[in-house]
Ligand binder design. Structure first.
Ligand code: BT5
Length: 331
């Protein structure tokens, strides 16, 4: 752990004085370790993907890598207490959710696993999630909440509220939440959330909130080009993923703590309602082979849909696929 902190400190110092060479001697003085140790850790940082120049008699200088989500780049910007304080980073992995499942209770609460690409990114019900290299945010938040397993689905609403409000604030586009797990814009999907857990009847061992956001993708495969979009496609320029990740984690932590510590999910539900893509709309609810039609009249305090069905009865819907009637495209 100490060596990771040391490497984060090296990156923070180099980042704070970008463009400037900092001698091994100064780094060793500031961090109270030998110059050999500094040199050793600089080499490890390079292997992790940082571009650090070294020039004889001048020292070390970091080369700006705008496009990286390396932990050292994120930690300094993070304003959270627990969420993302431990970041596990991959250039490539099958799926960040699967990694969390494999590690299970070896991971600590609040750990964020992030990868530049996923080779087997997953959606719900075994569907595939396209996760091209360096183009999006593919991450999992690992949590150990002391809540009944039935409450686990609320974490999807917390994540949706955090992602939607952050994109609105940081990028300035009017994204909407398509209950239960999508963030959409202009009728296309920008983000999907996959919450999974390991639990017994009355106890959650751990819970994984997987978040996939199309940030700088410009081209989608034929299978999904009708339903998918990215922030860059919508605003016509690329966006810094670090700012998005750190802000999302901050809002996520606030809403999560409201829920866990104060037992309140009101703020989350208020955001989910304010930015809902389906509230007051007639929708089809698809579950397996059954299709039901009705009007969405509320999102309940439990994060479920309250529907007025065609037969005049009210019904609470806890899960399913939703599509808005009369609209083509994804929403
Ligand atoms: C989801 O499933 O939307 C959940 C996606 C969760 C992805 C994250 S990334 C980090 C973590 N690790 C993982 O392995 N997964 C999580 P669902 O509602 O079932 O939607 C899946 C459907 O979305 C697919 O069948 C496609 O039609 C479409 N799709 C696939 N890739 C997409 C993309 N990149 N952007 C938009 N739509 C996509």
């Amino acid at each position: 752990m100490m060596v990771i902190i040391l490497r984060n400190d090296i990156i923070e110092i180099l980042n704070n004085r970008k463009g400037e060479f900092i001698s091994g001697e100064e780094l060793s003085y500031l961090l109270k370790v030998s110059r050999t140790a500094i040199w050793k850790h600089i080499n490890i940082l390079r292997k992790e993907g940082y571009e650090i120049e070294s020039v004889h008699k001048k020292g070390y200088r970091i080369v700006e890598n705008y496009n990286s989500l390396l932990p050292g780049e994120l930690i300094g910007r993070l304003q959270t207490q627990t969420i993302g304080r431990n970041i596990i980073y991959f250039e490539s992995i099958d799926s960040t959710n699967d990694y969390c499942k494999q590690k299970g209770n070896d991971l600590s609460h609040g750990t964020v696993v992030i990868s530049e690409e996923q080779l087997l990114g997953r959606g719900r019900l075994g569907r595939a999630w396209a996760s091209p290299k360096g183009e999006g945010i593919w991450m999992s938040i690992f949590l150990k909440p002391h809540i009944p397993p039935l409450e686990g689905t609320k974490l999807t609403q917390i994540a949706a509220a955090a992602v939607c409000s952050t994109i609105r604030n940081v990028v300035g586009i009017d994204t909407l939440i398509k209950w239960p797990n999508d963030i959409v814009f202009n009728g296309k999907k920008l983000c999907g959330i996959l919450t999974e857990m390991s639990a017994e009847l009355n106890e959650i061992h751990y819970l994984i909130v997987g978040v996939g956001i199309n940030v700088n993708t410009l081209y989608f495969s034929e299978e999904i080009s009708d339903v998918a979009t990215s922030i860059a496609v919508e605003i016509g320029k690329t966006v810094d993923r670090k700012t998005l990740v750190t802000n999302i984690l901050k809002v996520f932590e606030e809403l999560y703590e409201d829920f866990i510590i104060k037992g309140s999910i009101k703020k989350t539900i208020a955001i989910c309602k304010e930015f809902s893509a389906i509230l007051n709309k007639k929708v089809n609810i698809i579950r397996g082979n059954s299709i039901k039609e009705g009007l969405v009249i509320d999102i309940t305090e439990e994060g479920n849909l309250l529907m007025l069905m065609e037969n005049g009865e009210k019904e609470v819907i806890q899960s399913g696929e939703v599509s808005v009637r009369g609209l083509n495209g994804y929403v």
